[in-house]
Design a binder for this molecule. Sequence first.
Ligand code: HEC
Ligand code: HEC
Ligand code: HEC
Ligand code: HEC
Length: 311
Amino acid sequence: MKRNLAIAVSALCLGLFAVGESSALDTYSAPDPAGGIASSRHNLGSFSMHIGASDPTGFGPVGLGTTEICVFCHTPHHTNQGWTITLTPMWNRGTSAPTSFTAYGTTIGGTTVVNSDIGSTTLACLSCHDGVTTFDNIVNAPGKGLVVAGGSDRGFVFYDFGSPVSDFMTSSRLNLGLDLTNDHPVSIVYNASTVAGLRPVNTTISAIDLTSDLNTSATTYDNGNMTKNLWAVKGFVSDTATIADLLRGPSNDRVECSSCHDPHFNNKSWQEIDSTYSNVTADQEAESNGLFIRRVGGNTGSGVCRTCHEK
Ligand code: HEC
Ligand code: HEC
Ligand code: HEC
Ligand code: HEC
């Protein structure tokens, strides 16, 4: 009974939101910048509104070593040259060794990924999302701080709304761990038109029809994002990008974490995952950055999946 009531109430809220508050949803068009990292949870500096802020309103007293944002991932000099691969772009973090991960293995289509395939941008994301490497494990510390090849923990203290928190990913939802067998395959070659219903790499993403198979309400839901299928590539929302623009790796032919996510894009276009988008007062877990998904409208109608897979 209580459960039914809860369902009824949330259905009501969703209904209200769809009618009354859809203006809270940001609309992006080409060529808007895919920005917003400063107000997102990928800002780990002391001016951050989230982890790192020692004051719940943000912009408060400094709780840790730096106000910089990019330094937690990039540096202009002394970049991490990585393991057997060069970590790009201009990478400033220590990462777990590729050998410490368990790669996906072999797919139904017969494509195999082994640890030595694990690519630069995937290692980059996992250098925080592996649950092992600390947020402040960096190579070139801000300003006149020391350069330590391969990175080292800088002893910064991290706060979440005034309380000190752990220096590595503890949230079970965001901590992907070292085992990549339970994640969508990454560092995997995109074998277009041969397996898994994969579309040709030269497919123009915005031209993919994701709506005509669906109920007509899909055409207007989420500000019509299903019909537009706009993805952010190279830092801008694009209506001309192709699937090739999503691929990474030495030959630009692989799916990596950054095929689906842009770590700088505080994507506020996904109605289904957040009804408030409050930056300041919301609880850290409730606050959303649209999961940093590259697609405008996030995974509405499984638009992320159906962009690559013709299913
Ligand atoms: C949380 C880690 C992280 C932070 C913080 C970060 N970046 Fe990045 N950045 C990345 C990753 C990962 C890539 C590779 C993305 C890809 O493969 O598309 C990247 C790529 C880039 C690129 C090239 C590709 C593109 O999207 O344009 C630029 C330019 C860039 N970053 C600038 C910045 C600047 C400037 C800042 C600070 C305001 C910053 N980044 C902060 C992780 C980060
Ligand atoms: C410098 C450390 C760092 C790196 C590198 C990093 N992240 Fe994060 N990421 C974080 C932190 C911190 C959070 C927020 C954690 C929390 O709220 O508990 C976060 C949150 C997220 C979220 C959840 C956002 C939401 O809307 O709920 C996603 C998705 C994510 N990161 C993906 C990525 C991807 C993909 C990459 C690589 C392109 C990446 N991250 C690189 C530190 C990092
Ligand atoms: C094929 C596309 C794709 C790839 C590749 C991908 N992700 Fe995601 N990721 C998604 C989608 C879609 C979601 C949102 C899932 C949902 O709605 O619950 C997501 C969610 C997440 C979340 C939030 C988890 C949750 O369930 O709330 C994190 C953290 C994350 N991704 C990090 C990464 C990292 C790190 C990598 C690389 C190891 C990666 N992603 C690779 C598509 C992808
Ligand atoms: C950037 C392109 C891309 C996107 C986006 C994408 N995939 Fe994939 N997916 C691939 C590739 C490449 C493979 C590997 C296919 C192969 O070689 O067998 C794959 C494989 C898979 C497999 C098969 C794994 C196996 O072991 O056989 C499933 C299931 C899958 N994807 C589901 C999804 C879902 C669900 C989403 C949305 C959350 C998604 N994909 C988004 C490119 C993508």
